[in-house]
Design a protein around this ligand. Sequence first.
Ligand code: ADP
Ligand code: MG
Length: 656
Amino acid sequence: MHTPLIDLRQIRKAYGGDDSPLVEVLRGIDLSIHAGEFVAIVGASGSGKSTLMNILGCLDRPTSGEYLFAGENVAQLDSDELAWLRREAFGFVFQGYHLIPSGSAQENVEMPAIYAGTPAAERHARAHALLERLGLGTRTGNRPHQLSGGQQQRVSIARALMNGGHIILADEPTGALDSHSGAEVMSLLDELADQGHVVILITHDREVAQRAKRIIEIRDGLIISDSAEHACAPPAANPGALQAVDLRQRLSNGSSQTGAWKGELLDAVQAAWRVMWINRFRTALTLLGIVIGVASVVVMLAVGEGSKRQVMAQMGAFGSNIIYLSGSAPNPRTPEGIITLDDVAELSTLPQVERIMPVNGSTAGVRFGNADHSSYVGGNDTNFPQIFNWPVIQGSYFTQADEDSAAAVAVIGTKVRDKLLKDVADPIGQYILIENVPFQILGVLAEKGASSGDSDSDNRIAVPYSAASTRLFGSRNPQYVVIAAKDARKVKDAEQAIEQAMLRRHHGKKDFELTNNAAMIQAEARTQGTLSLMLGAIAAISLLVGGIGVMNIMLMTVRERTREIGIRMATGARQRDILRQFLTEALMLSVVGGIAGIGLALLVGGVLLLSGVAIAFQALAVIGAFACALVTGVIFGFMPARKAARLDPVTALTSE
Ligand code: ADP
Ligand code: MG
């Protein structure tokens, strides 16, 4: 005799225990079903039919007893193998249809094939052919709520047949249908039984049960009659029907097969997108955390980088080999040291020094005609254009002869020209009053601000050092000294040599101070580093908040869609498929949040740029912030996704 396809031995199922009263729903069911049979299980409501069907379909496990499927003990199968059985061997038809509400008829029918890894083209064609065959050829794009009950039930039959549907488990398939639709569904089941499918029909209606070739009656969890007991041998298996031997073979290599990841991914992305779109307001609110986090990181880093570049440019514009020497107090109670022209003369003999220029300057009032302006006036010698790398664009710089004679001549910055001499065709040769002393303009300096980003550099007037001392400020001593080191790479060495020489001249008293552009740039870079760290901390906090948002929305999604998860499991989804789907959804959320964040950052950045803030977007910051958003999504999406994947199929399916 053949091995029965389904063999139940002393199956018992009890609910409750512990705190709630123990209810035994199935109390020792013995039942074998062979390939090709059409069986009806009848019984009053509450007699345990659905419980039995859930066990038959491997959605639920019995409390005790043995279930042999094609000779395999089902209790020994792991969750992937059970999923394989649900996917390949069974096709479920429920009283409440159990279609996924957000998917079209076509998508619902295709679902088991997605988990089976059927290629897309084949899947589409087969789903379409099945729907066509069940009279729904024109309804493939409709969603369940756009279909009548009978149509929905036919969609669910098509879904049951998608992967073959060797064993159709129909739990009160006509229970919710009008008599006409019910009759249609019944004749469909008849037809399937004739084609060799095993059909197990569960009903409380004896008339419906009469359609089956074998009728089993169940009452209070026990089989009280079975028409097959009086019949002789089981019917010969039809060709094409599932054979026990055949199945055992396929089970062993089938459960390890993987689904088509592309199909599953696409399905998961589509499902995720639909859910987000349906709840778009809620999604948008919950994603604010990630959006603001990403945007603030990108904008703050861009502003930081912009200001850093500006400062660097300002410093670099004056040359990176430049050292400044000025007087300073050795300690707070002593007066600042004084640097003399003799100091300057001696320092100029150092081999590390290329050029040296004393500066005696201050902010001063300048007047031309009726116009008044305040500008920095520096007395400096003829080294100025070379040491600051700052040529004249009009006229010429003053000469050594002017210096020697303390001539009242001036070279003006572009800003001074624009403020005072806007209406004069040629400023050269004009006289301006500096602190009421007339100076003749010899030339105009090139614009420095364009390269340094600091337009105040151009609000400057250069006059001979001697003229500044005698005609303007009284003192002959320089306020500070500008020194160009010979080698830009050995600024530090030059600085040390200068320090030694100065200490010698000032009898060991360090009443002066040396700074250089390179060091200032370094200090600036350090400040920026601290700033970046702070920004990083802010970013981490906002991304944390964003991540909690994602987790919140995912937990809600899992709760709202528990039944969908159950349906997916009943059609053969493995735990990892469910995990992957919900992780994909979390990832999608963060992708959308991240993109919105970058969009917001560009918008804010654009506004800042238009209002004159120096801003420099960095690809690395944008990519980094985006990547952080994704990682946050995955980390915080994992817990809800795992929760979904670990749901028990029957609990998920029967949840509200
Ligand atoms: P039928 O499908 O024959 O109407 P069911 O198999 O659905 O009956 O249920 C049989 C009995 O089991 C019912 O009395 C029901 O209250 C009980 N039952 C079903 N599921 C549960 C459950 N999860 N917890 C406790 N009792 C349950
Ligand atoms: Mg029931």
